[in-house]
Design a protein around this ligand. Structure first.
Ligand SMILES: Nc1nc2c(c(=O)[nH]1)N[C@H]1C(S)=C(S)[C@@H](COP(=O)(O)O)O[C@H]1N2
Ligand SMILES: [Mo]
Length: 402
């Protein structure tokens, strides 16, 4: 079954789709607003990406970005494995080095194959919260991504002519019409992908494509619902944050109040929000916040891990809170949680993320008080903001006026 045409089929699928996974990964890094020191790794040296202000519109932008990055990344696993299978004899070829060019090619293949397997494994372990490795996930996945991207670019440059030639060597339509009994090996090729003495086909080429395509479709069905929502979520059996009906009173929680060690005393009648801008300080309790003009908006929570959920939030506009402490043109807002430890207990918002009319300090979700796990007494919810920066159990907001 192996041969240049089949390899080129898998290769061309990956050629079109992997750039989407790569670019959404890099875009996600910038969406974290790294200039506030809140993207990991914090310092990237000469791999510094071009930064831009992450927009708040469309509100589903980060949801789409991460749904694609994680969802497409998982859906492509069968294609990556099939591609590796199709060239496996080359990977094991012995002796490993006949010429300097071959040594270089094999080194680049090590980075290519090692790179993508590393990104898949670390990515999957991360969405499972299974930190089985002794290094920081974000840092490793970021640099692993660059290693893979470099090797991918080199590989595409070297192999593109061969890919085009191989694709032209047979017609896809013809293959889709050919059953197993009519299936013959591809003609012998200089790369020796075709077996020297092939046994009769046990599967047609369209059968191979169907198995791989079916595998990808199955993964899409089993995971896609975590980003798409609606009825699709009910069949998303592989979604790590499954088990929620995704209704108004039962939508995913990423870190519970118990996990964040929020105590009843933290959020009891003594709770108040502290707003500051330079020397100006204002403290408001929940009753005072509820007495302010309330605004309602339907906004997604979209986690970097790929899942997202649309809910209707009600609360006070962040820009109204900024105005209370005289920050008419805030250049940033630093939000702190009651949560004492962890990396998710604070976030800095960009000016547009404070000014957006739908940027809220939410007090309610779907018409009822926020649940404890969703951040009672108050949480941040901002359109298109990466999930992690929608800080729960807010204690204070420090505005910086420009
Ligand atoms: N204080 C605090 N806020 C937090 C978190 C947290 O662990 N602690 N998790 C963040 C992450 S990673 C996400 S995706 C969203 C999830 O919100 P939810 O649990 O209400 O769905 O909350 C964010 N806000
Ligand atoms: Mo998240």
């Amino acid at each position: 079954m192996r041969g240049p045409w089949l390899t080129a089929m898998f290769g061309s699928v990956l050629l079109v789709t992997l750039p989407v996974v790569i670019v959404t990964g890099l875009v996600s890094y910038v969406a974290y607003a790294p200039w506030f020191g809140q993207a990991y790794p914090a310092h990237t040296g000469w791999l510094h990406l071009p930064y831009f202000t992450w927009p708040t519109r469309p509100a589903w932008l980060y949801r789409l970005n991460q749904g694609l990055h994680v969802g497409l990344g998982l859906v492509l696993v069968p294609v990556v494995l099939a591609k590796l299978w199709s060239v496996a004899p080359r990977l094991w070829a012995w002796p490993p080095a006949r010429s300097l060019a071959q040594v270089l090619e094999r080194l680049s293949l090590l980075l290519l194959v090692g790179g993508i397997l590393f990104e898949i494994v670390t990515g999957v372990l991360d969405i499972q919260y299974w930190y089985a490795f002794p290094f920081d996930f974000y840092t490793a996945h970021y640099y692993g991504g660059w290693v893979f991207t470099g090797a991918f670019l080199a590989h595409v440059t070297i192999k593109l002519p061969r890919l085009v030639r191989a694709l032209r060597s047979r017609s896809l339509r013809g293959e889709l019409r050919t059953s197993r009994t009519g299936t013959r090996p591809e003609p012998a090729d200089p790369d020796a992908l075709v077996a020297a003495d092939p046994a009769p086909a046990t599967l047609s080429r369209r059968g191979v494509l169907a198995v791989v395509g079916g595998g990808s479709t199955l993964i899409a069905v089993l995971i896609g619902g975590q980003s798409i929502g609606g009825p699709a979520r009910r069949v998303a059996l592989l979604a790590p944050r499954g088990g929620y009906r995704d209704t108004a009173d039962d939508f995913p929680v990423n870190h519970t109040a118990a996990a964040a060690a929020i105590t009843p005393a933290d959020i009891g009648a003594g709770w108040h929000l502290t707003l500051t801008n330079g020397g100006q300080v204002i403290r408001l309790d929940r009753t005072q916040l509820l007495a302010m003009p309330q605004h309602t908006a339907a906004l997604p929570i979209a986690c970097v891990e790929g899942w997202s959920t649309m809910q209707t939030w009600t609360g006070v506009r962040l820009r109204d809170l900024a105005a209370l402490v005289g920050a008419g043109h805030p250049s940033a807002a630093h939000v702190r949680s009651l949560q004492r430890s962890g990396a998710f207990n604070q976030a800095t918002l960009q000016p547009n993320q404070v000014r957006d009319p739908d940027a809220l300090l939410a007090l309610k979700a779907n018409g009822t008080d926020l649940s404890l796990d969703h951040g009672y007494p108050a949480r941040v919810i901002v359109p298109a903001l990466p999930g992690v920066h929608n800080t729960k159990w807010v204690r204070s907001i420090e505005f910086r006026d420009s």
